[in-house]
Design a protein around this ligand. Structure first.
Ligand code: GDP
Length: 287
């Protein structure tokens, strides 16, 4: 497939800025969408992070498939990463981030204590693709007694640090990465979960991909939600049945396909079809 050049030029600037900011950090948190743990990992991120201690946070685990989630966590751990699964919206496991970060930074902390330095907050940066939950996580971490520390000496004037209790100092603007895709599978996974705007890929193609995926990996969910026997129907027949069942009908008794598309995507994104993970290991193999 031809490389889709759609990300804006200013992303290169923000990439440079992110690299600069990372110099000030003790640790970086890469936020992934647990529904798409492969597609939400920008392949350039490791180049940005370099040798900086890194913790991968699997966010939105409430929307993902728990079994596939375990497999992906194992995959990243085997690549040598520290991982933690969280749900930034409800706050699940957010309070474990500090312990995990302290464990990763144990030697550095001990070194500083030996030098007689007072224990200080851990400086961290959260990076991830749009919509992955960066702001939600920052809000969740700062919920209790968030105080902006203002400009810290030695740091660029405009930079605002957020002090999270005595534990963390975060930058108030997280690092936004552009999602990257050179395979259509990854593009569709990003589109289905809302990481890229629907208009980048045609909606009917996105829905077709989603339905084919559900038919292959989660046929029972289609049956439970829409009462359709996915294995015996082709794509258009499925759309028709969903349209009829959900009353997405135009005046002339025709199916309102646009509404059917919206219904399906909304159902997927709001967990009405249960927790689903849209990345499979096949994507790794096809690289
Ligand atoms: P950002 O662009 O990375 O800053 O993403 P936001 O923090 O704005 O989150 C994007 C959307 O995802 C919002 O609608 C959030 O409410 C939602 N969201 C964030 N974290 C979670 C999560 O753990 N679970 C669920 N279900 N939704 C989440």
């Amino acid at each position: 497939m031809k490389q889709i050049q759609w990300f804006p030029g200013h992303m290169f600037k923000s990439l440079r800025e992110m690299k600069e900011k990372l110099k000030l950090m003790d640790i970086v948190f890469i936020l992934l969408d647990a529904r798409i743990p492969y597609s939400s990992m920008n392949p350039n991120v490791l180049e940005i992070v370099g040798m900086k201690p890194t913790l991968i946070l699997f966010n939105k685990t409430d929307l993902a498939d728990p079994n596939k989630n375990k497999a992906w966590i194992k995959y990243y751990q085997e690549q040598g990463f520290y991982t933690l699964d969280i749900d930034a919206q409800s706050g699940k496991n957010v309070n474990k981030i500090y312990d995990k970060a302290s464990e990763i930074l144990k030697e550095k902390i001990e070194r500083e204590e030996k030098r007689g330095l007072k224990r200080r907050p851990i400086r961290a940066m959260i990076i991830g693709i749009p919509n992955v939950g960066k702001s939600t996580l920052i809000n969740q971490m700062t919920k209790s007694k968030a105080t902006k520390t203002g400009n810290t000496p030695g740091v660029t004037k405009a930079q605002q640090w957020i002090k999270v209790n005595e534990q963390f100092e975060l930058l108030d603007t997280p690092g936004v990465l552009w999602p990257k895709f050179d395979s259509l599978d990854v593009g569709f996974a990003l589109a289905i979960t809302g990481a890229i705007k629907d208009k980048i890929l045609p909606t009917d193609d996105i829905v077709k991909y989603a339905i084919d995926y559900l038919k292959k990996y989660y046929p029972n969910r289609l049956k439970e939600r829409y009462g359709i026997d996915a294995l015996n129907l082709d794509y258009v027949e499925m759309l028709d049945q969903i349209g009829i069942k959900r009353g997405a009908i135009l005046k002339a008794n025709e199916i309102d396909y646009d509404r059917v598309y919206t219904l399906i995507l909304t159902d997927i994104r709001s967990k009405n079809l249960g927790g689903i993970t849209f990345d499979t290991y096949n994507k790794l193999i096809s690289l």
